[in-house]
Design a binder for this molecule. Structure first.
Ligand SMILES: [Mg+2]
Length: 401
């Protein structure tokens, strides 16, 4: 069965949010050390949705469809516009004629062909091609992807609520933390806005955030803190000491991804477990984090680090080092299929970015969503996702001028 056609669909739809602006807050970023960036609001940060009013947003997303000469279609995405551009210019014609089921062969060829494509956006493109081909393989065999990977190890997975984009204003923070605990989420992750350039006031606000979260979410909720690469070694070790009385489950991405020796230094001295790896790629990048004892918990992203084929290898490596992995949450349907085929000891949670998933799964007829904090593993053939024509206001074939 050969690949006969590759399409990149750009879909536009309208997301309604009657309770107010979609993004209430953003996360701290490494670039925030510069005042002009520090001052930016979430709406200036060049995120989706592409345009917004206080009550509705326009969502424009690109999806990859790979069609075979048998008439089967594999779906991947959504992807970033950068990735769609690369799919159009580098891979659309290249994929034609390849064996659609030989995913390992195709991954290896793509990896060997582009020696500069090992990290970043080119690896996003390889990842989504691989994910679409696993969807296609599942449809061809009439089985969900998790079955092809050896699962299910369980029929539902605990999700943690990743609270990016919610206000950090104390009253709202307390209300949301209590509400998500009451919904059944056993864990929540929050994103402080303050780092080394915010001085003593920032330190105090980080601690105050954690204090409110613990008192509002309750003693039995796992609470995680994501510094999104924006702290440094002494700041992180100091914050770990200050946050420890409130028992955080982990501190995430304290420094920039290239600072692997600094990760090792932090992990060795921190009183709170350290997570990372969402901005690392392939088995080779992840193995370096494992070999250097950089993290207590790995967070490679299925849609960034190499797709399902590469994540199988990454997850096997992590299990051999006894480091749990929770795939980063930009591809919940794919992460659920993968996680449902792995030991609960190795994958303790699925990350569910509450607001991002309103966007990323907007066009799906059957979005993969938690109920009472748990995600039921879909049993439809393939990845279990389908585009809902009723969600589309307009559509075009994505091309690059
Ligand atoms: Mg993160």
């Amino acid at each position: 069965m050969k690949i006969a056609k590759v399409r990149i669909r750009e879909l536009q739809g309208t997301l309604k949010h009657p309770d107010g602006p979609f993004w209430e807050e953003r996360l701290i970023r490494p670039v925030d050390i510069y005042p002009e960036y520090h001052a930016q609001h979430a709406r200036d940060a060049n995120w989706q949705p592409s345009s917004s009013t206080d009550t509705e947003s326009t969502v424009v997303l690109q999806f990859l469809e790979i069609e075979t000469d048998d008439g089967l279609t594999g779906l991947g995405g959504p992807v970033t516009r950068d990735t769609a551009t690369l799919l159009h210019t580098e891979y659309r014609d290249f994929l034609i004629g390849h064996d659609a089921l030989a995913t390992e062969r195709l991954w290896d060829i793509m990896y060997r062909l582009g020696v500069h494509n090992r990290k970043g956006v080119p690896m996003f493109a390889i990842s989504v091609i691989d994910a679409a081909l696993w969807d296609l393989k599942g449809k061809f065999l009439g089985q969900p992807v998790h079955r092809l990977l050896g699962g299910p190890t369980r029929d539902k997975l605990p999700a943690y609520a990743s609270m990016l984009g919610y206000s950090l204003e104390p009253d709202k923070l307390a209300d949301r933390a209590a509400a998500f605990a009451a919904k059944g989420y056993a864990a929540q992750k929050w994103f402080p806005r303050w780092g080394p350039s915010d001085g003593r006031e920032g330190v105090r606000k980080n601690v105050e955030m954690m204090e409110i979260l613990r008192s509002s979410a309750g003693a039995d909720t796992d609470i995680m803190v994501d510094a999104w690469m924006s702290w440094n070694v002494p700041y992180t070790l100091d914050m770990a000491q200050r946050l420890k009385p409130y028992d955080p489950r982990w501190l995430e991405e304290p420094v920039m991804p290239d600072m692997i020796p600094q990760y090792t230094e932090i992990r060795a001295a921190s009183v709170v477990p350290i997570s990372g790896g969402e901005h690392e790629y392939t088995r080779f990048g992840i193995k370096e984090l494992l070999d250097t004892r950089a993290v207590d918990l790995m967070q490679a992203d299925t849609y960034w680090a190499g797709g399902i084929s590469e994540m199988q290898k990454i997850c096997t490596l992590c299990s051999a080092y006894d480091i749990p992995i929770i795939p980063h949450g930009h591809s919940v349907p794919a992460n659920v299929q993968l996680s449902a085929a792995l030991s609960p000891a190795g994958v303790p949670y699925v990350e569910f970015l509450v607001k991002w998933n309103e966007i990323l799964q907007f066009f799906f007829k059957n979005p993969v969503l938690p109920v009472d904090g748990w995600i039921t593993v879909p049993n439809d053939p393939g990845m279990g996702i389908e585009i809902d024509p009723d969600k589309i206001d307009s559509e075009r074939e994505f091309t690059v001028d």
